[in-house]
Design a protein around this ligand. Structure first.
Ligand SMILES: O=C(COP(=O)(O)O)N(O)CCCCO
Ligand code: NA
Ligand SMILES: [Zn+2]
Length: 305
């Protein structure tokens, strides 16, 4: 059933588990994510970026909202990294039940003002809001304290920000970053900082840039002809620890992209005569479904629907 992001995340934070927010741009990703969620009885958040909205248009948004309504588990349909008030209004018009306004690159007062404006509009139509404070950036452990403070989320500021904006959940910067190159080896995650934020902010917390970028997937992608450098992601133990400290929503996009693309390359490579799209999109869909299930197991959301 289609529910708001807060309905899913409030329970997750209260009961100490995480819920995956998985990005989709098409039918196969959407099917993979929902099938995984229904099979292992997990709530789930379907995330569409502005790029996805542009790429898929009404074909995508209508499909995602309709399938979420019919799903046998709680599903929120979420605008990922909304960059403007107008973009958020479009998502609200399409029936989304969660919207992110990401003004984390602006100064504090601008972020507060813009986020507050979105909260008023979204709450007026029963939709909940994710905001962001702090700069997503992979940082080496030795980085100077003042540089970390300039980049990562300041706990005291976070408390004030949430009180002034009325946002429902908060994306925090504690050392993660988007994409396949999150730092050399095991990225440094500032758990003490997260613990402090969680003490001051009772709202569910959100972790962006959380993909694991598992080596076996990177190898499989390369073996199938893909080219990728020294890729590394967030260690599963750091995800579990972050959830125990208050993270309730975990964004995963890169791992799904790698799995899907590795399988398309692999299937096409093995079958040069093949030109029925179902024959190479189907196996890729299954690969995404497996990644989603393993992420849900890591987050502890299995059986929570
Ligand atoms: O936080 C994330 C996903 O992070 P990751 O790249 O670790 O999967 N997102 O918001 C998804 C869109 C960003 C491009 O990936
Ligand atoms: Na988001
Ligand atoms: Zn993100």
């Amino acid at each position: 059933m289609l529910v708001t992001g807060l309905e899913i995340l409030r329970k997750a934070r209260a009961e100490g588990y995480g819920v995956g927010a998985f990005n989709t741009n098409n039918m196969e990703f959407t099917q993979a994510i929902l099938e995984a969620a229904e099979e292992i009885k997990s709530p789930v958040i379907l995330a569409l970026s502005e790029g996805a909205m542009k790429y898929g248009g009404r074909a995508l948004t209508r499909m995602v909202v309709a399938l979420a309504q019919e799903a046998r588990v709680p599903v929120a349909v979420h605008l990922d990294h909304g960059s403007s008030y107008e973009s958020v209004l479009k998502a609200l018009r399409e029936g989304f039940t969660s919207v992110m306004i990401d003004k984390s690159h602006e100064d504090f007062e601008t972020n507060v003002r813009e986020t507050k404006r979105v909260v008023e509009a979204a709450h007026a139509v029963g939709v909940t809001v994710e905001a962001e404070l702090g700069r997503l950036a992979g940082i080496e452990e030795h980085v100077a304290v003042d540089e970390k403070d300039a980049l990562l989320t300041n706990p005291e500021e976070a408390r004030i920000f949430m009180e002034r904006t009325g946002a429902d959940y908060l994306a925090v910067a504690i050392g993660t970053s988007h994409g396949a190159y999150k730092g050399k080896g095991r990225p440094f995650i500032d758990h003490p900082r997260l613990a402090r934020i969680a003490e001051l902010v009772p709202a569910p917390l959100v972790l962006h840039g959380a993909s694991a970028v598992p080596q076996e997937l990177v190898e499989r992608f390369r073996a199938a002809g893909g080219e990728i450098g020294e890729a590394s992601g967030i260690h599963p133990e750091d995800i579990k620890k972050a959830i125990s400290l208050g993270i309730a929503k975990i964004n995963t996009d890169t791992d799904l992209r790698l799995a899907f693309t590795a399988l398309v390359r692999e299937t096409l490579g093995k079958n040069p005569k093949e030109f029925d799209p179902r024959k190479y999109l189907g196996p890729a869909r299954e690969a995404v479904k497996e990644v989603v299930k393993s992420r849900m197991e890591l987050f502890g959301s299995v059986g929570r629907a």
